[in-house]
Design a protein around this ligand. Structure first.
Ligand SMILES: C[S@@+](CC[C@H](N)C(=O)[O-])C[C@H]1O[C@@H](n2cnc3c(N)ncnc32)[C@H](O)[C@@H]1O
Length: 275
């Protein structure tokens, strides 16, 4: 069944000193196509257009001294006030809330998102009074917020109805299902001595689904066991996890249901005694 198309597009407005860095993300690939189809809109706003001096200066030295420059609050304020009302004004900062799939899903419900991309030492702290949240894309420091904003655009736009060809394709992605995704394969059937797992070539849909679920559990346990505490697990998943060496105590700590009770083995029929 296809998802209903959204009635209004989601508009992303980027406030940046380098709109040309973001232009390809807006124009190319799936976001470009989604824009052409009216599913999303991307607006690039140059902060420099809101400088109020003849040198178009948007930054200044920090009060109290120290290295680097700070983007002026009045410039950001004027740029924000030039835009139509937004559901969220998001400031990108290493000090922000960690961006996750859950945040992407929340933002995908909105109709207008404004992204404030910092540069230099970031914005004057008083800009924080104008934003609804601060987002970080990880514990590292980049030179600007444009790459962070592009990450959020990519993650949010693909969740909008109609943007992906197959509406179900994001539901099994890593994190959306609560687990990491299972491994995928395509042609050739053997490459450098590595064959595609036989089960994927057998055409048995239930066996493929069971194998993929087992692989997703195996990967998640090996790489991101922290996800298992919040993942919706079935009794069958619990059986798989026990088989992978997880203890019953761990399963209980993760809130996993008990594994299915194995069906009692039928006793072999007694041979009929001849009269
Ligand atoms: C050089 S950074 C400023 C770093 C700041 N002095 C600090 O240590 O938190 C310039 C801009 O890049 C962006 N930025 C850098 N790293 C980021 C991250 N991990 N997540 C989101 N934005 C980031 C922010 O917009 C930031 O204002």
């Amino acid at each position: 069944m296809s998802e209903p198309l959204a009635t209004s597009p989601l508009t992303f407005s980027f406030l940046t000193l380098f709109p040309e860095l973001l232009a390809p993300f807006a124009a190319e690939a799936i976001v470009g196509k989604a824009q052409a189809r009216g599913l999303v809109q991307v607006q690039l706003v140059n902060l420099r257009d809101f400088a109020a001096n003849k040198h178009l200066k948007v930054d200044d030295t920090p009060y109290g001294g120290g290295a680097g420059m700070v983007i002026r609050a009045d410039v950001a304020g004027r740029a924000l006030e030039s835009l139509p009302p937004a559901d969220e004004v998001i400031l990108f900062s290493p000090a922000g809330q960690r961006f996750t799939q859950a945040v992407a899903e929340e933002l995908a419900q909105k109709t207008h998102l404004v992204f404030l991309c910092g540069r230099y030492e970031g914005f004057d702290a008083r800009v924080e009074t104008l934003v609804t949240r601060e987002l970080s894309i990880g514990d590292f420091v980049m030179m600007g917020g444009e790459a962070a904003a592009a990450c959020v655009l990519e993650a949010v736009a693909r969740l909008r109805p109609g943007v992906l060809g197959d509406p179900e394709s994001h539901q099994m992605d890593s994190f959306s299902s609560g687990l990491l995704d299972y491994p995928e394969y395509t042609r050739p059937p053997e490459w450098r001595g590595q064959p595609v797992p036989e089960v994927l070539r057998g055409g048995h849909h239930a066996a493929v689904a069971a194998w993929r679920r087992e692989q997703a559990l195996t990967r998640t346990l090996a790489r991101r066991p922290d996800l298992l505490t919040a993942a919706p697990l079935t009794p069958q998943d619990s059986a798989v996890l026990l088989g992978l060496g997880v203890t019953p105590e761990q399963l209980t700590a993760w809130g996993a249901p008990p594994p299915p009770v194995p069906k009692r083995q039928r006793r072999p029929k007694r041979p009929v005694q001849p009269d």
